[in-house]
Design a protein around this ligand. Structure first.
Ligand code: ATP
Length: 377
């Protein structure tokens, strides 16, 4: 992925220790990482993906896979703790994420955050997992989730606006329902909520629109590198707010919203339009083209974070070797071992396949077997 903007300016972020307590299938486990690339191996169901998810938690304060934090507590226990030590240049910082009594606490060097949005983006990471296919196949919420996971790392304000927007949206929808039930007019309260919704939603729209202007080109260059096919790919942004300002939109849709009992226009309906050679990707692309596109999308996400943060994020690769053909696998290896990439975690059921893949980079590679009871020190 040759791009001069990707030349390192800051030393990479490095997760050197990870400690898990009652997180998913883990009881107590400690790991020490000391190489750029960590292969995580073990049989199916051993906890490889769970380990990646624990690292993701430290970065995003939530799971990549499940929306509900309690699902990540080890069965028959009452809470979990994830602790990680990150080093950057000479300094090291400890991040902890604890769920106990239904309350989640995230702390940096033992100081808890009041808003998790202050943490997200400080330890940037990108996950690439088999389930990512839903970004193409699933509903618009999957594509918004992808975009949000990127933009909230780039701009702390983005996440703050988004969280507040979603709260106000719920209040507005509840008001519409309550008024219909009681057969009363929503009155001034709806005006106030509309003002607040517009104030939070408009900046989210601007962040998305301005980011997506360049992102399509970045995805194209990653796609070219991976597939070498000369095909064109593009990403379009579809938003109700492209047509009108948010206050006008809310006003003109008010009657409809009162009938539907929900807010029918806004950034919560935004979508991304993926195209391959000018046609809708979802319906026209082959499986291989979709895989390449998804991979390009994630690598472009990595590149965007890297350029913005001036340091390479952590890269979490789940089960990737199962999915890639030989040529793409070789390109992946030469990419992640190069200077543009920082610390990489990669899972595989076949320890031998990983060793073979990185045999020319032994000095960069360490392997851990999550099925082994031994705790790394
Ligand atoms: N809350 C939980 N408590 C205990 N175990 C859990 C919990 N959630 C998931 N598991 C267990 O974690 C295991 C799955 O772990 P994971 O997905 O990390 O496996 P994996 O090594 O990545 O497997 P594969 O190679 O099949 O992808 C399953 O055995 C599942 O039962």
């Amino acid at each position: 992925m040759p791009d001069s903007r990707l030349i390192p300016t800051l030393p990479p972020l490095f997760l050197s220790r990870l400690s898990l307590t009652q997180f998913k299938n883990y009881g107590q486990r400690q790991y020490a990482f000391h190489r750029k690339i960590t292969g995580i191996t073990g049989p199916n169901g051993a906890g490889k993906t769970n380990l990646l998810d624990a690292i993701y938690y430290l970065s995003f304060t939530k799971s990549y896979f499940s929306g509900n934090d309690t699902q990540n507590i080890k069965y028959q226990t009452d809470g979990f703790r994830i602790q990680g030590v990150f080093s950057r240049q000479e300094t090291s910082e400890e991040v902890s994420c604890v769920l106990k009594g239904g309350k989640k606490t995230v702390a940096l060097n033992e100081a808890p955050y009041t808003r998790f949005s202050e943490h997200v983006g400080s330890f940037p990471a990108v996950m690439i997992a088999p389930d990512d296919a839903v970004i193409i196949q699933g509903g618009s919420e999957e594509r918004r989730r992808f975009l949000d996971s990127l933009l909230c790392q780039l701009h702390p304000d983005y996440l703050r606006h988004l969280i507040d927007y979603n709260k106000i949206l719920q209040q507005r929808n509840s008001l519409l329902r309550a008024c219909a039930e009681k057969q009363t007019a929503p009155g001034l309260l709806l005006d106030t909520l509309d003002e607040q919704l517009a104030a939070e939603g408009q900046p989210v729209f601007h962040f998305r629109a301005s980011f997506l202007r360049d992102f399509s080109d970045q995805v194209q260059s990653c796609y070219d590198y991976l597939s070498g096919s000369g095909e064109t790919v593009s990403i379009g942004y579809e938003s109700d707010l492209s047509q009108a300002g948010f206050p006008d939109l809310l006003r003109s849709n008010r009657q409809r919203d009162q009938l539907l009992l929900r807010t029918s226009a806004g950034i919560h309906r935004d979508d991304l339009r993926f195209r391959l050679n000018g046609h809708a990707l979802k319906s026209s692309a082959s499986q291989g083209q979709r895989k390449s596109f998804l991979f390009a999308l994630k690598l472009a996400q990595y590149a965007a974070l890297r350029i913005h943060k001036q340091l390479p994020p952590l890269l979490l690769l789940d089960d990737l070797f199962e999915k890639l053909d030989e040529q793409r696998m070789q390109r992946l290896i030469s990419m992640v071992t190069g200077p543009e990439f920082g610390q990489v975690f990669i899972t595989d059921t076949h320890a031998g396949r990983l060793e073979e893949a990185f045999k020319d980079h032994k000095d960069l590679f360490q392997q851990i077997d999550v099925a082994a009871e031994k705790q790394a020190g």
